[in-house]
Design a protein around this ligand. Structure first.
Ligand code: ADP
Ligand code: ADP
Length: 228
C-alpha cells in the first residue's frame, strides 16, 4: 500500500526532519507510528498525503511513485486517503452533516448519494443523532468522531491519523482506536501517529518508531510473506 524508499526530508532552514526512512505498509495493515515530539511523525504523514514533498528518496502508494505526481494531480491521489487530525479541524460555520459531506462535495458526488453516505458514515461512528448539530455543541470525543466520519465518508482504502487521541482521556482513546480497528477489519489500511505508548502497549499491532528522523529497526520490515 505504502512504500518509503530511503526517504529524507529537510525543511527550508536546514532542519532534517526525516533521514533515509524505508518501510512498507501492506494493504489492509494497521500500524502505529511512534516517537517523541519532533521525531518526524507528522512529516512522514505529510509526505504520504502530499502536503510535503521529500528532499530525497521515493514514496509510493500502490506502486505509484508520488514524485511523479504533479501538484495538479494531488487532489486525485488524496481522494484515496482519509486524514484525521488531533484537533479534528472541523469547520465551525457548518453543521455536522456539512462537515462530513465536504469530501464528497469536493469530489462532485451527486446530492442524493451524499445524504446516504453522510448518514452511513455518522452511523458508523455512532453520531447519527447529531447530524444537525454545530461542532461547538459536541464533546471533544464526539468532535473527533465527526472528524473520523469525514475521513471515511468516501471509503478511502487508506486512513492516516495524526495524534487522533491526543486530547482525549484513555477511555475515549480506546473507543477511537476500536473504530480504527473496525475500519481495518473491513479492509482499510491504517497508519496512526501517536506518542501515547500506553495505548500502543494495549494493542497487538506493529509499530514503527522514529527517533530524531530515523526509523528504528522494524522487526517486520523484512517479512518476505507480507503482501504489498
Ligand atoms: P512530530 O510529528 O513527530 O512531532 P514533526 O514531523 O512535526 O514531528 O517535526 C519534525 C521536525 O521537523 C521538528 O524538529 C519540527 O520542528 C520540524 N518541522 C516540522 N515542520 C516544519 C516546517 N514546516 N518547517 C521547518 N521545520 C519543520
Ligand atoms: P500538526 O501536528 O497538525 O502537523 P504542528 O503543530 O506540528 O501541527 O505544526 C503546525 C504547522 O507548523 C505544520 O504545517 C508544520 O509543518 C509547521 N511546523 C512545525 N514545526 C515547525 C517549525 N519548527 N518551523 C516551521 N514550521 C513548523
Amino acid at each position: 500500500m505504502i512504500t518509503f524508499d530511503q526517504v529524507s526530508k529537510t525543511y527550508p532552514g536546514g532542519h532534517m526532519a526525516l533521514e533515509k526512512v524505508s518501510f512498507e505498509l501492506g494493504r489492509g495493515e494497521l500500524a502505529f507510528l511512534t516517537g517523541h515530539s519532533g521525531a518526524g511523525k507528522s512529516t512522514l504523514l505529510k509526505l504520504i498525503s502530499l502536503m510535503e514533498r521529500p528532499s530525497a528518496g521515493k514514496v509510493s502508494i500502490n506502486d505509484i511513485d508520488l514524485n511523479g505526481i504533479s501538484n495538479r494531480q494531488v487532489p486525485f491521489v488524496r481522494r484515496d486517503i482519509g486524514i484525521i487530525f488531533q484537533n479534528h479541524r472541523l469547520l465551525e460555520r457548518y453543521n455536522v452533516f456539512d462537515n462530513v459531506a465536504l469530501p464528497l462535495v469536493i469530489e462532485g458526488t451527486h446530492r442524493k448519494h451524499i445524504t446516504k453516505r453522510v448518514h452511513a458514515a455518522l452511523d458508523k461512528v455512532g453520531l447519527l443523532d447529531k447530524v444537525k448539530c454545530q461542532p461547538s455543541t459536541l464533546s471533544g470525543g464526539e468532535q473527533q468522531r465527526v472528524g473520523i466520519a469525514r475521513a471515511i465518508v468516501n471509503s478511502p482504502p487508506l486512513l492516516l491519523a495524526d495524534e487522533p487521541t491526543g486530547n482525549l482521556d484513555p477511555e475515549l482513546s480506546m473507543e477511537i482506536l476500536s473504530l480504527f480497528e473496525d475500519f481495518n477489519r473491513h479492509g482499510t489500511s491504517v497508519l496512526i501517529a501517536t506518542h501515547d505508548l500506553g495505548l500502543i502497549a494495549r494493542m497487538k499491532y506493529r509499530s514503527l518508531t522514529l527517533e530524531r528522523g530515523r526509523l528504528l529497526q522494524d522487526p517486520l520490515a523484512i517479512d518476505p510473506l507480507k503482501e504489498d
